[in-house]
Design a protein around this ligand. Sequence first.
Ligand SMILES: Cc1cc2nc3c(=O)[nH]c(=O)nc-3n(C[C@H](O)[C@H](O)[C@H](O)COP(=O)(O)OP(=O)(O)OC[C@H]3O[C@@H](n4cnc5c(N)ncnc54)[C@H](O)[C@@H]3O)c2cc1C
Length: 390
Amino acid sequence: MDFSSIDLTGEQREFWDSVDEFFEVNATEEVYEQERRTGSGYNEALHKALGQRGWITPTWSRERGGAGLDAVSNRILQLEMDRWDVPGITYGTTHLVLGVVEAVGSETLKGVVLPGVASGAVRMCLGYTEPDGGSDLAGVRTRAVRTGSDWTIDGAKMFTTGAHNCQYTMLVARTDPEAPKHRGITIFLVPLDRPGVEIRPIHTVGGERTNAVFYDGVFIDDEYRLGPENQGWQVLASALQAEHGNQEADGLDELNNGMVYAKTLRTLLWHATKWARTPATDGVEPIDDPIVATLLSEIVIDLELMRSAPGSMGRILASERLIQRSAELLDMIGPRAVLSRGARGCVEDGIFEWGHRYAQGTAIYGGTTDIARNVVAQHTLGLPRPPKAG
Ligand SMILES: Cc1cc2nc3c(=O)[nH]c(=O)nc-3n(C[C@H](O)[C@H](O)[C@H](O)COP(=O)(O)OP(=O)(O)OC[C@H]3O[C@@H](n4cnc5c(N)ncnc54)[C@H](O)[C@@H]3O)c2cc1C
């Protein structure tokens, strides 16, 4: 990793200012209030405003609906979106699917999806996990059966986050039940407005909204297939690599996917510092207590570590430090910190209670931290796979 600083051009500095101005105007109180209330990971007005600037697909040319940004300007934009901590789950899942549509989608599909994504009109989510399991992705049971040039889909997906914000889901389906499980899978981009699709909300303990999605005789054309029939595992591999933050983009190291959780820890740190700088009834500021100052300093160091640890290592570190530190902050601040938002006497509008609840789920989604450890062992360290039981 290259830690040297980058000299920005005048144009890049101006761009940075324009990004700040954009978020000053568009990241309104209402955007944050809605997110805290719904946990939806998406704000329609903000997403469309990003689309108008070409900032959903920032490196694409203006003719394609992008903003023609160079790699450094694009990084500035991504870092500012991160710093402003705007709802970005659906933005993120749309990008993960977009990479697959670009790589293996039919021309018809690309003709509709690519411009739609750029403008903000098309959003996409991930339909991997099923009620019977998520880690063993190759064990999917949702069936897609071919009749001529059409497919009929039957099954159920769990935790399809953002389905209620999206037009399409990238669905992993079993298309050859007789083949070894990694070889009988095909990927589809399924329109979520088709008859037979039912989206039911799931509200998690962490305050996020996700969904169960049911597919009952859903009919789609072969145009919606992503990649070759029964070779979905290979198609999925690149999408998972991107989700696990194990790819490079534009010659810059990819921001690891732990950055999503670092945002939450940074928010907690900001509020904890505010609390620590507020004099208590005896006039003493909590920050004068070395225990308080030490914990806050350790969190600052954690944030640096989270930023620097690459790929799946960053994902593990970020989630585990967030879980640990959110609990330590509750201990440090005391009983009022466990009061939820709106409760009389709660601290910083209940942010610490929320942060502790939210932190727990970060060990699960996008693949659990256990699975991330397997990825590090096998793909980063090159260790052999464990022998099969029995
Ligand atoms: C808030 C939230 C949002 C999510 N969003 C999405 C989404 O948008 N799309 C989507 O498809 N999924 C989504 N998921 C699902 C998520 O990816 C799965 O929950 C996750 O992959 C784990 O699958 P599982 O819950 O079925 O647990 P299981 O796979 O049943 O695992 C149970 C436990 O066993 C451990 N385990 C399993 N296999 C191994 C192994 N080989 N080695 C070591 N330990 C193992 C796991 O770490 C876990 O602790 C979301 C989940 C949550 C909670």
